[in-house]
Design a protein around this ligand. Structure first.
Ligand code: 13P
Ligand code: 13P
Ligand code: MG
Ligand code: MG
Ligand code: MG
Length: 380
């Protein structure tokens, strides 16, 4: 009697450039998922954030199930056919493999999945982003599950006072570690504050090891030896009754933080919370967006969504994000607007440098100079 929530996303083409996945693509995906209702899945909701198409599905097949992943792959392939017909920009962008094999991980699409016994009332929040990467969730997930100034329930709710456990992935070293809060808070922050290397994958409630949150942390997937992905991420978070309240889950986004992504996946910029209608990043291909869709599960049926960031309560957060955007945009191609080279998504800077390579000359040889001075007795 366990239910699985699978959110699988891919960018299969934009209208125009990288700005928006048009309705035609969502319809193509819905057509494929509709066919699978009752046979494979219980229910589904298809949406988009910017140029990323998000498939929200419920079923009883567990996480990492080959049939469910194949279904999502098929939906994205159908949408890609339309994208190619319409000559959308980057048609099939995130379908990196020629064909499906086993599960979508490593093939391009991002996925966040969790399996649990549905509670008498099971509120969940599905986050969908564009123009940023999975480590964008490090700061808000810390606040939601470990900061009592954000989440009153950590202080007030006896089922939460034993804290939460964070599964952190070292996406460069391909390793993972589980850290317990509150007692390992400082170690956790030492890792997840480094968003280049570490990304939170899952959060568990320590009292009973129940899954509380999951992120599509497929950052830095090396495919054919090449760094290909800063996948625009998705996440699922369970709410209420022993988990943070819906409002506690949304609260970190009231104060926008800087995330990696934006233009050419190569810049820092604010993460702006928006309703579905406003998930249309266009200024400098951004700034990065996040939407929050609230559902109640009813025997696996997705009741909703409630478009949570459409609330007027987030108007000021949007204003703040736009101010932050103005400030950091002034830096143009200079750090800290520009990302450090290691974090750039598909940078062509090495090609620029290649052109200049014959024009580089060695610097004056400082150590040798020093030696000469030493010989003359000028320095010790
Ligand atoms: P209501 O009184 O509106 O049900 O809210 C309860 C609550 O816990 C809000 O976080
Ligand atoms: P996407 O990752 O959303 O396709 O954006 C890429 C990009 O180059 C934006 O400028
Ligand atoms: Mg794109
Ligand atoms: Mg995108
Ligand atoms: Mg991207």
């Amino acid at each position: 009697n366990k239910i699985t929530v699978s959110v699988i996303k891919a960018d299969v083409g934009g209208l125009c450039g990288h700005t928006l996945a048009p309705e035609d693509l969502l319809e193509a995906c819905e057509g494929v998922l509709e066919e699978a209702v009752d046979e494979l899945i219980i229910d589904y909701y298809v949406t988009r954030c910017g140029d990323d198409v998000d498939l929200i599905m419920t079923h009883k097949m567990g996480v990492d199930n080959e049939k469910i992943h194949k279904l999502a792959w098929n939906a994205f392939e159908e949408a890609t056919k339309i994208a190619k017909e319409l000559k959308l920009y980057g048609a099939g962008q995130d379908l990196l493999a020629e064909c499906f094999s086993g599960n979508v991980r490593g093939l391009g699409p991002g996925c966040a999945e969790m399996e649990f016994v549905e509670r008498p009332s099971e509120p969940i929040v599905v986050f969908c982003c564009d123009k940023t990467d999975p480590a964008a969730f490090n700061l808000p997930l810390y606040k939601i599950f470990a900061d009592p100034f954000n989440t009153a329930g950590l202080v007030f709710d006896p089922s939460m006072t034993s804290g939460f456990a964070f599964e952190v992935h070292d996406v460069i070293g391909s390793k993972k570690v589980i850290l317990n809060t509150p007692e390992e808070t400082y170690s956790l922050l030492a890792l997840i504050g480094d968003v280049e290397r570490y990304a939170i994958k899952r959060v568990y409630r320590r009292r009973d090891n129940e899954i509380a949150a999951v992120v599509s942390t497929e950052k830095l997937n090396y495919i054919a030896g090449e760094y290909v992905g800063k996948d625009d991420p998705v996440a699922v978070v369970r709410a209420q009754s022993g988990f943070p309240a819906v409002g506690e889950i949304l609260e970190p986004f009231a104060n926008p933080h800087f995330v990696a992504g934006w233009m050419r996946g190569s810049h820092w910029g604010p993460l702006m919370p928006v309703g579905e209608e406003d998930a249309t990043p266009s200024r400098f291909d951004g700034p990065a967006r996040i939407m929050a869709l609230g559902f109640q599960l009813a025997d696996g049926m997705l009741i909703g969504p409630n478009d949570l960031f459409a609330d007027k309560g987030f108007d000021k957060a949007r204003e703040k994000a736009l101010e932050m955007a103005d400030i950091i945009r002034r830096m143009g191609p200079f750090q800290p607007h520009r990302l450090p080279s290691g974090m750039m998504e598909y940078t062509t800077v090495p090609k620029v440098l290649e052109k200049l390579k014959d024009r580089f000359e060695p610097l004056d040889d400082e150590p040798k100079k020093l030696e000469k001075c030493r010989d003359r007795g000028d320095v010790e």
